[in-house]
Design a binder for this molecule. Structure first.
Ligand code: FAQ
Length: 311
């Protein structure tokens, strides 16, 4: 008797075993993973742009070298993630075409501008901090290639977070003007960072099913709360103020309470109407068009080598 593939899949997931590319999986599971992993890959690639903006203006050679390395890591993360999505049958050309046509989503956070050097600190501290909070549990996600990619990515994100916090510490302990820059960056990035975790659980259409499949290990609201709880003491240590008058420790819950998120702003940014959506897509389209000759040359070269090997 042939085993029921759905049952085998369910048992594996229940037993904390990883699903691998050649295993049978339900089509909606495959589609959900392609959606999430490709969005995640696009976020890494588009996420290079806000920081790329400051590479030529980093205040010292050391800062420049570190920022360059960080942005290169993000490119690497994007590439692992596209490869992980390819193991599910997605084609890279199609994924990239969907990004460039505006069909595919990427994280809302990368549609905000980087106005000062302090934004490099705030992105590392807060955006990478949020990314780690979301991605550490993804190291245990049920799809093997995604989980394994996350292990390495998280190690690098942890270095990224520290470099950002170090920039914030330097600014917060510097001249008044520098501390003001750090505070201004925190003011602008705080709320968009809370939005990164996605809509509230009762407005998140994908969470329940993704939790059942163990793709997601925590809900959006759970991760957002963990992030706030971890970040408030870090802001206090810097001597900076989180721009939320409703933020306060709730003894009974053992968590910080925080103010209402502007979900209209979030959905506007997701729909393509954020401050930099157009600019980000145009930059990606331009880079892709200008790289055409490299892709062509690489293909011709690969073919030439193949022919040489056949002889
Ligand atoms: N932006 O039902 P849910 C980084 C969409 S970190 C835009 O809750 P789900 C590192 C969502 O796709 C950032 N869209 O969805 C870095 C869905 O639309 P769909 C990337 C968002 O998937 C740091 C709809 O709303 N990290 O890049 C956002 O269960 C510094 C309903 O939402 C990841 O992608 C948003 N913020 O939960 C790089 C982590 N939130 O697809 C450079 C992996 C939600 O149905 C510099 N992804 N939407 O049309 C995840 O964990 C999940 O996909 C969530 C969303 C938690 C993001």
């Amino acid at each position: 008797q042939t085993p029921d593939p759905q049952l085998q899949f369910d048992l594996k997931v229940a037993d904390e075993q990883r699903i691998e590319p050649k295993d049978w999986m339900p089509e909606p599971y495959r589609r959900t993973l392609i959606r999430q992993i490709s969005q995640h890959a696009h976020s890494e690639i588009v996420g290079m742009l806000p920081e790329g903006n400051w590479i030529t203006r980093a205040p010292s050679l050391r800062r420049k070298a570190v920022l360059l390395a960080k942005v290169q890591d993000e490119a690497g993360h994007g590439l692992y993630l596209y490869s992980a999505a390819e193991t599910l049958g997605a084609s890279r050309e199609q994924m990239i075409a969907d990004l460039h046509s505006g069909k595919a989503k990427y994280s809302s956070i990368f549609n905000y501008p980087t106005l000062s050097w302090a934004d490099m600190g705030a992105i590392g501290w807060l955006v990478d901090g949020a990314a780690i909070m979301n991605q550490v549990p993804l190291c245990r996600t049920s799809y093997g290639p995604y989980a394994r990619a996350m292990v390495r990515i998280c190690k690098e994100e942890s270095f990224h977070q520290r470099q950002g916090y170090e920039i914030m510490m330097t600014l917060a302990n510097g001249l008044k003007e520098q501390k003001d820059m750090a505070q201004d960056a925190l003011n602008r990035w705080w709320w968009p960072v809370l939005m990164m975790f996605g809509p509230k659980d009762d407005e998140s259409p994908n969470t329940a099913q993704s939790m059942q499949w163990k793709i997601k290990r925590f809900t959006n609201d759970e991760l957002r709360q963990k992030f706030v709880d971890a970040t408030v003491p870090q802001a206090e240590y810097l001597g900076l103020t989180i721009p939320d008058p409703d933020l306060k420790w709730n003894e009974a819950r053992g968590h910080y309470d925080f103010g209402a998120i502007n979900w209209d702003e979030f959905w506007e940014v997701v729909k393509g109407n954020g401050p930099c959506n157009r600019q980000r897509l145009e930059a990606r389209q331009k880079a892709h068009a200008e790289g055409e000759w490299v892709r062509e040359a690489a293909l011709v070269y690969a073919k030439k080598r193949e022919m040489r090997d056949e002889r």
